[in-house]
Design a binder for this molecule. Structure first.
Ligand SMILES: Cc1cc2nc3c(=O)[nH]c(=O)nc-3n(C[C@H](O)[C@H](O)[C@H](O)COP(=O)(O)O)c2cc1C
Length: 204
């Protein structure tokens, strides 16, 4: 199964990237038959959407083609977002303007939010409310809010709060298995269902 992991922070390096790299190596080392693709929004690799995206602009076609291929071939997504001023970073919302139902539609996605403090709930609510309507990404019910993120998932065990680190890692593993289950189930659903109807190309 192919899974794209998207790290939504513009920072370089970032805590979101740290979590993304952990999940990438977890898939590589502890799951069989999962091919992860980690995509980082660090340093803003994607310019902001502009009108020429809808006018078949050559620059945009070239820029987006490799990612379109990766995302189209993915069976599931992990979306990692920090909480920035109570919001999802603009670069991640921009990504949802640039990719559509043909890449993301009716595929399961697992939300992970990170906060250096006690935040992390707002970006989960924002993604669930306003990032899937037209692209039809299916957020699964499980989510992970990693609070005090700087004290967990560090390579050096001494930098971790041991109790929280164990708890988050166990819970993450369990959630990823659930994501795989949805990945299999929704592939069957997509194969057996007419999911694209140009009359209803956008969600309501
Ligand atoms: C611009 C900015 C705004 C932030 N706003 C919040 C916030 O509203 N709530 C919160 O819990 N943490 C906030 N933080 C702290 C982040 O939780 C912390 O920096 C975390 O590491 C961000 O994830 P990142 O490293 O993946 O970007 C903010 C950080 C930045 C850079």
């Amino acid at each position: 199964m192919k899974i794209s992991i998207i790290s939504g922070s513009h920072r370089n390096p970032s805590q979101s990237e740290k979590i993304g790299r952990y999940i990438e190596s977890l898939f590589q080392n502890e799951f069989t038959d999962v091919a992860p693709f980690l995509y980082l929004l660090a340093d803003n690799p994607l310019p902001l959407w502009d009108q020429s995206v809808w006018e078949s602009d050559e620059k945009w076609i070239k820029r987006l083609a490799p990612l379109k291929e990766r995302f189209s071939n993915s069976d599931a997504f992990v979306i990692i977002t920090p909480e920035w001023h109570g919001q999802v970073p603009a670069g991640l919302k921009n990504l949802f303007l640039l990719f559509n139902r043909f890449e993301l539609g009716h595929k399961p996605a697992f939300i992970i939010s990170v906060s250096s403090g006690n935040g992390g709930a707002y970006p989960v609510a924002e993604l669930r409310m306003s990032s899937y309507k037209n692209n039809r990404l299916c957020y699964i019910p499980e989510q992970l809010i990693i609070r005090d993120v700087e004290n967990v998932f560090n390579d050096n065990a001494e930098d971790n709060d041991e109790k929280s680190d164990i708890y988050y890692k166990e819970r993450l593993h369990w959630c990823l298995n659930i994501l795989l289950g949805y990945g299999k189930a929704l592939k069957t659903m997509r194969d057996e269902t007419e999911i694209h109807n140009d009359k209803f190309s956008n969600g309501m």
